[in-house]
Design a protein around this ligand. Structure first.
Ligand code: NAP
Length: 487
């Protein structure tokens, strides 16, 4: 059984929304059942719909049965979990509606309070203001902000300035759920606890880095949100940038939150700002048209909702350069898209070729070493190395083999990213959350590209649903004599 964490009250604003039911409640259910949530801690859902605690518990039960992984729902465990569930009726536009929350929290004024804002960012300011008016913010309060934090630097500043009127920066947890994945955290473990990666992790030895986040799903029920954001804002500016930071950052002096975040922000500030010419040559944007996935026809992005006009990209690919000593001349190729051939997220570190081959006949066949970090659908790490094919043949014959670097899981349930991140908020550990300067540095770099795209300086390409994206995405890397990893 896990060490029981300290007492806290967790309030989920937007608690009957999609994210809350699909990710947050399942995460809390597992934490509670695995002993990571103090039995006396309360999970308070804020919703607009008037309902009793009992009706709320019934609804949570139905949703857990729907969204927990197969076999994970257990009636007995749920009966234990539901003791922690409470509901309050709040309309963000009505300050008076916070009275019920105030009464509930007032029962335990000394507890840590975690306010999880699982709402559109337009509400962040007004929720924080109401919490403040009702004197519900204490030094032990924390606030968790879901993405997106704005759609550019200016709008992100507006949101952050609002929240910072009521919470200190140290109390703000800006979530990027990619950082909660075990394999993503393993990047730091691999890099900073293994001697042999240390001298190899630079421009002398690494040819290039690829980061791909491909989804086979479309925008599903989230068209309204997505069409306002697109692949660059929804994925590249945050998730892929955070992954890039973990690969590229210098060793922090400790695992303290600010040491890690200081190093990440240095990377973001070292990103080469693209010129108009760079943007034309090094960025690709595209939207999917009709195609097929798993043999089934799927409509195009606009056809799916019957909209004729939309300039939102569902695919983006970029060559990113980092202006510092370690990475000079090493391109980072990023791409992310919806309705792609397969669901596949990975980071590929491709090392340079050997300087000279002694294997005369095999020389051409020596493949470069690669470290492949797969994030989804399965989480795994492979190191690709050359090896001799066993046997008595006269020539030394070689093949590439894969060294699997995965630690066997000694638990029946693999914790999700949201479990990890919830627990870190409970423990008041912000290492895996984005600091204000990180968010701003990422937007500053992305805005230049987004502005050029908005002015149509880069043509919008098209790709059929169920493919690897537009030809221009393949050409982006092929032009440099390289190709996307595809295995
Ligand atoms: P959602 O399903 O639309 O849920 C939003 C919630 O906010 C709903 O429960 C809604 O209540 C509530 N709400 C809206 N206006 C309100 C008001 N005036 N007063 C009180 N409650 C109000 O959205 P979501 O998909 O859960 O997303 C929530 C946030 O997480 C968004 O910022 C989104 O971008 C982000 N996010 C979502 C996902 C995801 O997979 N869903 C992934 C990453 C990030 P009603 O139910 O009463 O309408």
């Amino acid at each position: 059984m896990a060490e029981v964490e300290s007492l806290c009250d967790i309030v989920i604003f937007g608690g009957h929304g999609d994210l809350a039911f699909r990710k947050l409640m399942p995460a809390l259910y597992h934490l509670s059942n695995n002993g990571y949530l103090n039995k006396e801690s309360r999970i308070i859902t804020a919703t607009r719909v008037s309902m009793s605690n009992e009706a709320h518990c019934d609804l949570v039960k139905v949703k857990l049965e729907e969204f927990l992984e197969e076999g994970a729902f257990d009636e007995e465990k749920f009966n234990y979990f539901k003791e922690q569930l409470h509901v309050v009726i709040i309309d963000f536009g009505d300050n008076q509606s916070y009275k019920g929350l105030s009464t509930l929290l007032g029962n335990y004024p000394q507890r840590d309070r975690i306010n999880y804002l699982s709402t559109a960012p337009d509400f962040f300011g007004s929720i924080c203001q109401s919490l403040s008016k009702w004197e519900l913010i204490s030094p032990k309060s924390r606030v968790v902000l879901e993405k997106p934090i704005g759609r550019d630097l200016d709008s992100s500043r507006v949101i952050n300035v609002e929240v910072l009127k009521y919470f200190e920066e140290s109390q703000i947890y800006r979530i990027d759920h990619y950082l909660g994945k075990d394999t993503v955290q393993n990047i730091m473990a691999l890099r900073f606890s293994n001697r042999f990666f240390m001298p190899l992790w630079d421009a002398n030895n690494i040819d290039h880095v690829q980061i791909t986040v491909a989804e086979s799903v479309g925008v599903e029920g989230r068209w309204g949100y997505y069409d306002d954001y697109g692949a660059m804002r929804d994925m590249i500016q945050n998730h892929l940038m955070q992954l890039l930071c973990l690969v590229a950052m210098e060793p922090p002096c400790s695992l303290e939150a600010d040491s890690v975040r200081d190093e990440k922000v240095k990377v973001l500030r070292s990103l080469k700002m693209m010129t108009p010419a760079d943007i034309q040559q090094k960025t690709v944007r595209a939207q999917y048209s009709q195609g097929s996935i798993d043999g089934k026809p799927v409509p195009g992005y606009r056809e799916g909702v019957g909209v004729e006009e939309s300039t939102t990209e569902t695919f983006a690919a970029l060559r990113v350069d980092i202006n510092n000593w370690r990475w000079n001349g090493v391109p980072f190729y990023l791409r992310s898209g919806k309705r792609m051939r397969t669901r596949n997220s990975e980071i590929v570190i491709q090392f340079k070729t050997i300087p000279h081959s002694i294997f005369a006949n095999e020389g051409r066949c020596i493949s470069e070493n690669k470290l492949v970090i797969s994030l989804q659908p399965k989480e795994s790490i492979q190191l690709k190395l050359m090896n001799k094919i066993p046997g008595l043949s006269e020539e030394m014959r070689l093949q590439q083999v894969e060294l699997e670097l995965n630690t066997p899981l000694n638990m029946s349930h693999k914790p999700t990213a949201y479990e990890r991140l919830f627990l870190d908020v409970i423990r008041a550990n912000p290492t895996l959350f984005m600091r204000l300067d990180e968010v701003e540095a990422a937007w500053k770099w992305a805005d230049v590209i987004l502005d050029a795209w908005a002015e149509n300086q880069v043509p919008m390409k098209s790709y059929s649903a169920g493919t690897d994206g537009p030809t221009a995405g393949i050409q982006l890397i092929a032009r440099d004599g390289r190709s996307w990893h595809d295995e």
